[in-house]
Design a binder for this molecule. Structure first.
Ligand code: ADP
Length: 477
């Protein structure tokens, strides 16, 4: 069984392996991965700190070449890396290959950004003085990533961090060390100087916490749960460092009477259930106006009956397993809560057995839900959706916005008036018209409002906001 170590200061180090198991087939061990210790994390942070001065002054062609090489290798190995991703996380093979391609595109995008670093030059209000505004890297940065996008989320934090001249320590989620290790291996071989990128795998509560408590990190970019996000924020305030948080969602998808029924059904199916509902942009509240309600429910249930839940690697699977036993129990708990709150379980919700032992769950659709129920307010993070019946557009908008979260918000309508009004008034970082709430581009900003996010946006050129700091220089001419 291959054994995968941590990458610290350009060396592969560490013992204490743990097994990475496949949620589609718990007999399948994906590999053995090192469990980092607090000392490993401290060594990785020191290495990133030591490597920063030289890397921050490195040439843009060197950075460009490394990011390009990384992109090219990911793309050329997309089937193999996609298979690894599907095996360790459980999304379907086409979804996993798609995510892998996206990771390659992100590295390619930021390879290009290295060559487009620019500032501004302005005259001062005082004659004879010039003002130059430039962006500089912030320092060694800690990246903490979740299990649901094992290659894309590390990519969209690592690529801009390196592009703008920062050094990195990555702490991937415990459940998915495989893709993070593969990325570390590719970056290492692409020629990064030692210490510029470090990987420490292991427990969030142990080595993640060491990262939070370190005085030597200039920033932490985090994606994960609200609870851990708050810890990142508090520790970062304590240490006076920059931080960026992407956390939960309870994303609404509104369906109006005038919606194209098939667009509404396909977008709902995708939003709520694809990737096993394990996307922070997944929709979990379908808000449907009276005139289309019954037709929509009937059509969505018919469509759900055609969906295959099975092993992520099997051809024809539409929805893979839940990521692990703990998450499956959480999903099932919420299904029980929905029932006891009086919502009507109109489809699914039962655990399924397949040829291989795994965490299979039939997607669950609750109808007659209200927005006050726990299943409509708390993030389940599984294939569980509550459908709320409303009178009209105004009520739909008000319920869509009545949530502590604000990541993504969608509407299905053929009305220009309502689409425009919704785009302007949805309290979310991303708004989708006649499109699923999940599924976003890599070259434009990603992020939310309210309890979903804190700090500046990720991805595209907006990533510079977090990964750089602005300098304003005055020179007497
Ligand atoms: P989830 O419930 O989706 O696993 P978490 O917020 O627990 O969300 O996990 C997201 C990331 O945060 C993971 O990489 C995890 O290891 C890490 N993490 C968990 N607890 C801590 C902590 N106390 N300090 C730092 N990182 C943590």
């Amino acid at each position: 069984m291959p054994y995968h170590q941590n990458l610290i200061a350009g060396e592969w180090v560490g013992g204490n392996a743990t097994e990475n198991r496949n949620p589609s087939d718990t007999n399948d061990v994906v590999g053995l991965y090192a469990q980092g210790t607090p000392d490993d994390m401290r060594a990785a942070i020191s290495a990133a700190k030591a490597a920063f001065p030289a890397w921050s002054r490195s040439g843009i062609l060197e950075r460009h070449a490394i990011l390009r090489k990384t992109s090219d290798e990911i793309l050329s190995r997309k089937e193999e890396l996609g298979t690894l991703l599907a095996r360790e996380e459980g999304k379907t093979l086409p979804e996993a290959i798609g995510e892998t391609i996206r990771a390659a595109q992100i590295f390619d995008f930021f390879a290009g950004e290295c060559l487009r670093l620019a500032g501004e030059s302005l005259p001062s209000v005082r004659p004879g003085i010039g003002v130059e505004i430039t962006r500089e890297p912030i320092g060694p940065i800690g990246l903490i990533t979740p299990w649901n996008f094992p290659i894309a989320i590390p990519a969209w934090k690592i690529a801009p961090a390196l592009c703008y001249g920062n050094t990195v320590v990555l702490k991937p989620a415990e459940l998915v060390p495989g893709c993070a290790w593969a990325l570390a291996d590719i970056l290492h071989r692409a020629g990064l100087p030692k210490g510029v990128f470090n990987l420490v795998m292991g427990k969030g509560s142990v080595i993640g916490q060491v990262m939070l408590d370190s005085p030597d990190l200039a920033g932490i970019s985090f994606t994960g749960s609200v609870g851990t996000g708050k810890r990142v924020a508090l520790a970062s305030i304590e240490h006076g460092r920059k931080y960026q948080l992407e956390m939960g969602g309870k994303n609404p998808f509104v369906i109006l009477d005038d919606a194209d029924l098939s667009i509404a059904v396909e977008a709902s199916l995708n939003s709520c259930f694809f990737s096993t509902g394990q996307r922070c942009t997944a929709s979990s509240r379908l808000i449907v106006t009276e005139g289309i309600h019954d037709r929509f429910v009937a059509a969505l249930i018919e469509r759900l009956k055609t969906v295959t839940v099975d092993n992520a690697l099997k051809a024809g699977t539409h929805i893979g397993p839940v990521v692990d036993e703990r998450q499956l129990m959480q999903d099932i708990d919420y299904i029980d809560i929905g029932r006891s709150e009086g919502a009507n379980l109109a489809f699914g919700g039962e655990r399924l057995n397949r040829e291989t032992p795994g965490f299979y769950l039939q997607p669950a659709l609750f109808t007659e839900a209200t927005n006050q129920m726990r299943i409509s307010r708390e993030e389940v993070f599984g294939p569980v959706a509550s459908l709320i019946r409303v009178k009209d557009y105004e009520e739909a908008l008000s319920i869509a916005n009545d949530t502590p979260f604000g990541l993504s918000s969608g509407i299905a309508t053929t009305s220009l008036k309502h689409a425009t009004h919704f785009r302007r008034n949805a309290e979310a970082g991303m708004v989708m018209v006649n499109l699923p709430t999940a599924g976003v581009d890599f070259h434009v900003p990603f992020g939310g409002r309210k309890g979903s996010s804190f700090g500046s946006r990720e991805q595209g050129r907006y990533a510079a906001e977090f990964f750089t700091t602005v300098k304003t220089a005055y020179t007497l001419a």
